[in-house]
Design a binder for this molecule. Structure first.
Ligand SMILES: Nc1ncnc2c1ncn2[C@@H]1O[C@H](COP(=O)(O)OP(=O)(O)OP(=O)(O)O)[C@@H](O)[C@H]1O
Length: 419
């Protein structure tokens, strides 16, 4: 990121000491353009521009949802966070948080009064305070008594799996532990909106996986509203309800997370989803785990040899992909399967032997990718899946757009995650 939202220790402390812990949406604001009682306003509404950065953004986060923000360097992700956090004044337009205007031509609510918390790449804890005091700092700053603030801090540390670290100072915490404490601190002020600025990018793979799972538990389905800047497909799958892709300071794509990832329209989303992704429902467990997509209409037909694994147990038009399911996946729940284009073998006809996954597809494009050729081909539902194969294979298969082929993917190459 090129800019930094506010000192996290200072953000989210804005409600007056005497104020209620949950001001109603639009609290203290003029009625014009604000929420009606029957309608919860968006947690964040940015309709604003920063002309000197050539950034013009129209982005909304419905209350209770997590929006993932994707985009290449310089696309405008930090600018969006800064507009929300209160570290950048828009040149024009308006920023609202939970129905309250925090920035427009006449209004400027400073960062500390926005009821926004930040979780950044680094935990940025106060080094001289232990974990409890770090978490209790925000509530204390807004008038909560010491004992009540410490009780809250202990509860939140327990919640994020850091209860045993309560009396440690940051110097004695690992990166992953410090991020847990920082998450507890971000929650302690009961913010209207949490801004997550690549919160896993400084963690090792195992710590990132554990923290990702924690973010999922804390953010999804708990009514928390958040904006997550990330470059990681797994973060989007685990945490986001919706995705916005920024390109050159503008919104290039915006939609439900799975829709954007499975049917990307922007170049960036396509590259991120460069790993194949199939969304559906989990059927079976253990070695029988599979993703079933329910979008193929009956009677539309699947070419012979396709979807061999699924034809016994499911309507012949369903698409089934066997794989290794994350333990958090539950049968019947929404899941997404990912597999690398390099793990896909391409055949003219269904192969012999018994590969678990065979998918009938139609080639749409062929594109040189370094030493390999990326084949893109569409399933009967219109989902495009990629295979990376050698130029020699393309030649021997005589591949061309419009040609029906069969993709084979080993189940061991397919990872299934909760969606
Ligand atoms: N302080 C600044 N003053 C002027 N222009 C800036 C400033 N910070 C960023 N910009 C410009 O604003 C545009 C958006 O940058 P921004 O930092 O929001 O992108 P980003 O998506 O966060 O990028 P990155 O992933 O590299 O952090 C870019 O053209 C950038 O050069």
């Amino acid at each position: 990121m090129t800019t930094h939202p506010p000192d996290p220790a200072a953000s989210g402390h804005g409600q007056p000491p005497s104020g209620p812990p949950h001001p109603p949406p639009g609290h203290g604001q003029p009625p014009s353009g604000q929420a009606t009682p029957s309608q919860t306003p968006p947690a964040l509404a940015v309709h604003a521009a920063s002309p000197e950065r050539d950034v013009h953004l129209d982005v909304e986060v419905p209350a209770g949802q997590v929006l993932a923000v994707l985009g290449a360097n310089g696309a405008g992700k930090s600018t969006l966070l800064a507009l929300a956090a209160g570290t950048l004044r828009p040149g024009s337009g308006r920023v609202r948080i939970a129905g309250r205007t925090v920035a427009d031509d006449h209004t400027w609510v400073p960062a500390h009064a926005r009821r926004v918390s930040l979780l950044a790449q680094e935990a940025l804890l106060f080094p001289h305070l232990d974990a409890v005091a770090n978490v209790a700092f925000g509530p204390r700053a807004t008038g909560t008594g010491r004992r009540a603030a410490e009780r809250l801090a202990h509860d939140l540390l327990d919640r994020v799996g850091a209860g045993e670290l309560a009396r440690r100072r940051p110097a004695r915490l690992s990166g992953g532990q410090a991020q847990r404490v920082a998450l507890a601190r971000a929650l302690a002020t009961d913010p209207e909106l949490i801004l997550l600025d690549e919160p896993l990018s400084a963690l090792d793979v195992d710590s990132a996986a554990a923290m990702r799972q924690l973010l999922r538990e804390v953010l999804r389905g708990t009514g928390r509203s958040a904006v997550l800047v990330t470059h990681d497909l797994l973060d989007v799958l685990a945490v986001a309800d919706a995705v916005v892709v920024l390109e050159e300071g503008r919104v290039a794509e915006h939609g439900p997370a799975l829709e954007v990832l499975t049917r990307p329209r922007s170049r960036f989303a396509a590259a991120l989803a460069g790993t194949n992704l199939v969304a559906g429902t989990l059927t079976g467990t253990g070695p029988d785990a599979a993703v079933l997509t329910g979008h193929v209409p009956r009677g539309r037909g699947v070419p012979p040899g396709a979807d061999r694994a699924g034809t016994d147990r499911h309507p012949s038009t369903a698409l089934v992909l066997h794989g290794l399911a994350d333990p958090a996946c539950r049968p019947g729940s929404a899941v997404a399967a990912t597999f690398s284009p390099r793990s896909v073998a391409v055949h003219r006809h269904a192969p012999g032997g018994s590969p678990r996954n065979t998918l009938a597809v139609t080639v749409t494009t062929l594109e040189q990718q370094g030493e390999l050729v990326r084949v893109r081909a569409a399933t009967p539902t219109g989902q495009v899946l990629a295979a990376d194969i050698t130029p020699a294979s393309v030649a021997s298969l005589a591949l061309a757009p419009g040609q029906p082929v069969v993709y084979a993917v080993k189940a061991a190459e397919v990872q299934i995650y909760p969606a």
